[in-house]
Design a protein around this ligand. Structure first.
Ligand code: ZN
Length: 190
């Protein structure tokens, strides 16, 4: 079911979410929530969505990139259900990524992200994953894990002069951004 998406200023986006138990994960209610996250993300053409963006304070996010019209330059990411993630940087390398968010309407800005991260999580069946993500895909995982910690990308925009509407990003900033991140796109994915 497609759910309403909370927007910036709603307190639920600022509350860190709680980890869930395996029993909770296997419950019909939590499996339904995961389906709702997938439906809501796809309906909004998001690259990912976190549970608190639809008002549920649990540590679950779903991520998928597949010919996304909002982010045509992003490498594809197969549908990934991420439960109780723990994310950490692998080294000190970082890159400025221009990000937007389903909870922040029509505003994008540059955010410094780790180029490579290790993420450990459970999938919807409770299987453990321990993976390395790089480039724009690493940025997407960092953005979604930030949501689960009550953070929004605007908190991390170091230079407010990079803030732009989506229309002006296309018109004035996209070409330079694509040039800057090309090596990360080519080496993207997981
Ligand atoms: Zn977001």
């Amino acid at each position: 079911m497609i759910r309403g998406i909370m927007t910036i200023g709603h307190p639920v986006l600022r509350q860190p979410t709680r980890r869930i138990t395996i029993d909770e994960l296997h419950s019909p209610a939590m499996q339904q929530l995961i389906d709702d996250l997938i439906d809501t993300m796809r309906n909004a053409n998001g690259a990912g969505i976190a549970a608190n963006q639809i008002g549920e304070g649990v540590r679950i996010t779903v991520i998928e990139v597949n010919d996304n019209p909002r982010y045509p330059y992003k490498p594809k990411i197969p549908l990934t259900v991420v439960v109780n993630p723990v994310i950490e940087a692998i080294d000190d390398e970082s890159v400025d990524i221009n990000e937007g968010c389903l909870s922040v309407s029509n505003l994008r800005g540059d955010v410094s992200r780790h180029v490579a991260v290790r993420v450990r999580y459970l999938d919807r069946a409770g299987n453990e994953h321990d993976e390395i993500k790089r480039g724009l895909t690493a940025g997407t995982f960092q953005h979604e894990c930030d949501h689960l910690d009550g953070k929004l990308f605007v908190d991390r925009v170091s230079d407010p002069a990079t803030l732009t509407t989506w229309e002006n990003f296309e018109k004035f900033h996209r070409a330079a951004f694509i040039a800057r991140i090309t090596k990360f796109v080519e080496h993207g994915g997981s």
